[in-house]
Design a protein around this ligand. Structure first.
Ligand SMILES: C[S@@+](CC[C@H](N)C(=O)[O-])C[C@H]1O[C@@H](n2cnc3c(N)ncnc32)[C@H](O)[C@@H]1O
Length: 232
């Protein structure tokens, strides 16, 4: 068979196989979305590093009660927690205080966020927040290296959620927990853009498909779900 014909047939075959494996769909990009869908939702645009001021806003505690959310995390003093999509480290630095013998691995894909985290660690003299550059497809952490993972207002922006959760599953120890904080899409009174909210049902569908067991949805945060999943 001529080489060119062989290459054409081979690449068509790979293309067809690849297409069958791809879990994502496409849609017309909306204002806050990226035109890519997963399990019926359009993935949101990533919040860029100029949004650090919003993450660090002084009324965040009054609006979202992060201290209440942090109090609901069940972490041993020597736990290793990955804060995935850590941004400026609003949660990372506050949780690190609860882990005198452990640490927070603050994962983000934006080098500017990593720089901010490093400067903030130096400024605060914090030794147990470890900034860590991930990729859009992977947390880039070794197998069974973390006890728990936290994602605050971040998962809905992952443009490869399937690959991200698969890499997280590898990085978590057995029985390791995921704490997922997402703005409640069921509640019209939560003043956040639609693409940056999630329903409990949608989150459960996606995390269960990734092989995680749903444990509980902790109620009573002003704007967010705190969904807990476990690696079986
Ligand atoms: C809205 S910010 C939230 C930051 C922080 N969790 C907070 O609540 O203060 C979302 C962050 O997720 C990060 N992000 C988006 N996709 C990511 C991925 N695949 N892996 C790691 N971080 C990601 C973005 O760069 C951004 O810093």
């Amino acid at each position: 068979m001529p080489r060119k014909l062989f290459l054409l047939i081979f690449s068509l075959g790979v293309g067809v196989l690849g297409a069958a494996d791809v879990p994502y769909g496409a849609c017309k990009p909306s204002k806050d979305g990226i035109g890519r869908t997963y399990m019926g939702r359009e993935i949101a645009q990533v919040m860029g590093h100029p949004g650090i001021g919003w993450l660090e806003r002084s009324d965040r505690e009054k609006e979202e009660a992060p201290s209440k959310a942090i109090a609901l995390l069940d972490l041993a003093p020597d736990a290793v927690l990955a804060d995935i999509g850590a941004g400026s480290g609003y949660y990372s630095f506050r949780i690190a205080r609860k882990l005198p013998k452990g640490k927070v691995v603050a994962v983000d894909i934006q080098p500017e966020m990593i720089d901010f985290l490093k400067k903030e660690s130096d400024k605060l003299g914090v030794k147990n927040v470890q900034p860590h550059l991930g990729t859009i497809e992977s947390v880039q952490l070794p197998p069974a290296s973390i006890d728990a993972a936290l994602m605050v207002d971040a998962y809905h922006e992952f443009d490869h959620p399937v690959e991200m959760l698969a890499s997280l599953r590898i990085a978590l120890k057995s029985k390791g927990r995921i704490y997922l904080l997402e703005y409640r899409a069921e509640d019209d009174n939560v003043p956040i853009k639609t693409h940056h909210k999630m329903t409990e049902a949608q989150a459960r569908k996606e995390f269960e498909a990734a092989g995680f067991k749903f444990v509980v949805n902790k109620p009573n945060l002003p704007w967010q779900h705190l969904l807990i999943f476990e690696k079986p």
